[in-house]
Design a protein around this ligand. Structure first.
Ligand code: 5GP
Length: 189
């Protein structure tokens, strides 16, 4: 198990849907090589340009269930009621044992589980610059019908309310600025 000296070396980044967690994490992957990024397991199919083992480990539902039953996931969740996502446990523990700064970019349900399994981690909430900005990002394209739009907004309201559960909030007003703030937080003991 990680020791007390690992405190704040593990950072969990979560936040509402469409706030840009993935973009901030990708910026850190590309520009801050001192940070080790957890590669999640997912049952969703790869998008164009996504590389197995880099962006995600793409697995079948059967393989995902096997990982759960063997206790190999630190946390897992069904995201948007569609696909399973989970954090492989051992690579996180290995990275921390090697003294690396480890970043887990996961959804809110996963973050709540990590609170139980890795309580010494720092929990960071990525917030939109404003409610209007989040609404724009969520429904901006206007391709959804009214019911879907309402469903997304209701989810966003609940997700924003989770902010109080977190240790720190970072506002995603600019990807590079938010990423730099996150990395400097990781460096702070
Ligand atoms: P996407 O499919 O767009 O890459 O990610 C969808 C959502 O899944 C995002 O909110 C992302 O934070 C979340 N996610 C990615 N990996 C994990 C994981 O390992 N565990 C959990 N709980 N959520 C994850």
């Amino acid at each position: 198990m990680p020791s007390v000296s690992d405190a704040h070396r593990a950072v969990v980044l979560a936040g509402p849907t469409a706030v840009g967690k993935g973009t901030v994490a990708a910026h850190i992957r590309d520009h801050h090589h001192e940070v080790w990024l957890s590669v999640s397991m997912t049952t969703r199919p790869p998008r164009p340009g996504e590389v197995d083992g880099v962006h995600y480990h793409f697995v079948t539902v059967e393989a995902f269930e096997r990982l759960i039953s063997r206790g190999e996931l630190l946390e897992w969740a069904l995201v948007h009621g569609r696909n399973w996502y989970g954090t492989p446990r051992q690579p996180v523990l290995d990275a921390l044992a090697a003294g690396r700064m480890a970043l887990l970019e996961i959804d809110l349900q996963g973050a709540r589980q990590v609170r139980q399994t890795l309580p010494e981690a720092l929990f960071v909430f990525l917030a939109p610059p404003s409610w209007e900005e989040l609404v724009d990002r969520l429904v901006g394209r206007g391709t959804e019908d009214e019911a879907e739009r309402e469903r997304r907004l209701a989810t966003a309201r609940v997700e924003l309310a989770a902010q109080a559960e977190f240790d720190v909030t970072i506002v995603n007003d600019d990807v590079r600025r938010a990423a730099d703030e996150l990395v400097s937080l990781m460096r702070t003991p």
